[in-house]
Design a protein around this ligand. Structure first.
Ligand SMILES: Cc1ncc(COP(=O)(O)O)c(C=O)c1O
Length: 394
């Protein structure tokens, strides 16, 4: 379904005609409705681990409330948080970053939208991977632009390369947005490829936007921030995934210095400031105890991945290589079914396991793929595998 359906009153703006719904939410709502009727559903559709808020984060939030930190803040966020984020780049990547370049946003979603609004004129295009995070295409459309989907496959870890960017670049292309690790595939762009992509984009005078939202949730190797390669790219990050703060709606971007005045025009107008309590709470995220807890959780997620990948392969799902990070498995279902949407609805109904069809993430081989989130505890994942095995007659 797209967002054009509206029967009464004044017709909606044309831009709504192209916007697509987020199917994961359709599955989420169906699963919730089935649960309300008493069905037990193993929930593997949403991109949100079921961990509790870290104690230091919750305490910082309570203190902020007691201290009446409930007012607007500067539109780029409180300085203590911008400094803490900049210091985190030093600890994590050995990068000295000016806090001035850190812009705290209302979730990274706000940052992704802001950057599209910053660069895209009507009729211009932004290269995105297909499959990729579905909201990005809609941010591009909102800016009047054209999402230019580049099919990526398991051959190149479902990621862009310098050559792919070069061969996909059109006259109206203004830049590239990449997520590493990616949603839905969990795959990364390695340092050599990031450098190649950056060089290609620079040659075209374009803009490179690197979504590093799943940094910290990488299991076998160390991730590279694009800021280790260049100061000209935009980095998007968030407290949602590694720090498990989805509902606090807090993200950030690191922007090239010369773009900051224009960004501040937008942040001031579009949302005035990021949420104050969430910002004070996020100061608790950088305490050693919280980082220790997040590292334990990363290990838990790694164990889940290491259980689920071979278990799904046994059932006939094809997963060419174990995903490098995030908490997603993007699996080919050609040996099991013809159409991922029908398959997902069928498995929800018959097996009581909820996961997402590839059609949520683009068009390229989307009916042959599904995405599993391993955000549930191990015993629930085991149950999911048992139920799928029995529904698939294995
Ligand atoms: C790749 C990617 N980018 C951005 C987001 C938006 O996250 P948030 O607005 O919670 O920071 C998500 C959410 O799932 C995502 O997967």
């Amino acid at each position: 379904m797209n967002a054009k359906s509206h029967d009464k009153g004044r017709p909606l703006a044309h831009r709504l005609e192209q916007m697509t719904s987020f199917k994961v939410v359709d599955f989420l709502e169906a699963a919730v409705a089935m649960e309300a009727q008493g069905r037990d559903i193993v929930r593997m559709e949403a991109g949100e681990p079921a961990f509790d808020t870290a104690p230091a984060i919750a305490e910082a939030a309570i203190k902020a409330l007691k201290d009446e930190k409930t007012h607007y803040t500067p539109s780029f966020g409180i300085s203590a948080l911008r400094e803490a984020i900049a210091a985190f780049y030093d600890t994590r990547y050995g990068l000295k970053l000016s806090p001035e370049r850190v812009v705290v946003t209302t979730g990274s979603s706000a940052a992704l939208g802001l950057i599209c609004d910053l660069y895209i004129n009507p009729g211009e295009g932004l290269l995105l991977t297909d499959p990729g995070y579905p909201c990005n295409a809609n941010f591009v459309r909102r800016a009047g632009g054209e999402p230019q989907l580049v099919p990526v496959s398991a051959d190149n870890a479902y990621q862009l390369t310098g050559e792919l960017v070069q061969s996909s670049w059109r006259d109206n292309t203004i830049g590239v947005m990449v997520a590493s690790p990616s949603n839905p595939t969990g795959e990364m762009v390695d340092r050599a490829n990031q450098t190649a992509i950056h060089n290609t984009v620079s040659r075209h005078g374009g803009v490179l936007i690197m979504d590093e939202l799943y940094h910290g949730l990488v299991y076998d190797e160390k991730e590279t921030s694009v800021l280790e390669i260049t100061d000209e790219a935009f980095v998007i990050n968030s407290f949602s995934k590694y720090f498990g703060m989805t509902g606090w709606r807090l993200g950030w971007m690191v922007a090239p210095e010369d773009t900051l005045p224009a960004i501040s025009v937008m942040t001031q107008n579009f949302y005035i400031s990021p949420p104050s309590i969430a910002q004070y709470a996020a100061l608790g995220a950088f305490q050693p105890a919280t980082i220790g807890l997040m590292e334990e959780r990363r290990e838990i997620l790694r164990q889940r991945r290491d259980f689920l990948v071979p278990a799904l392969r046994e059932l006939g799902f094809v997963i060419p290589h174990s995903p490098a990070g995030a908490f997603y498995i993007y699996a080919n279902i050609e040996a099991l079914a013809d159409d991922s949407e029908t398959f997902c609805w069928d498995m929800l109904e018959r097996a009581g396991v909820s996961f997402t069809p590839g059609t949520d993430f683009g068009e390229h081989l989307a009916r042959q793929h599904v995405r599993f989130s391993y955000t549930q505890p191990m015993e629930r994942l085991e149950l999911a595998v048992e139920r799928l095995a029995s529904a698939l007659g294995r």
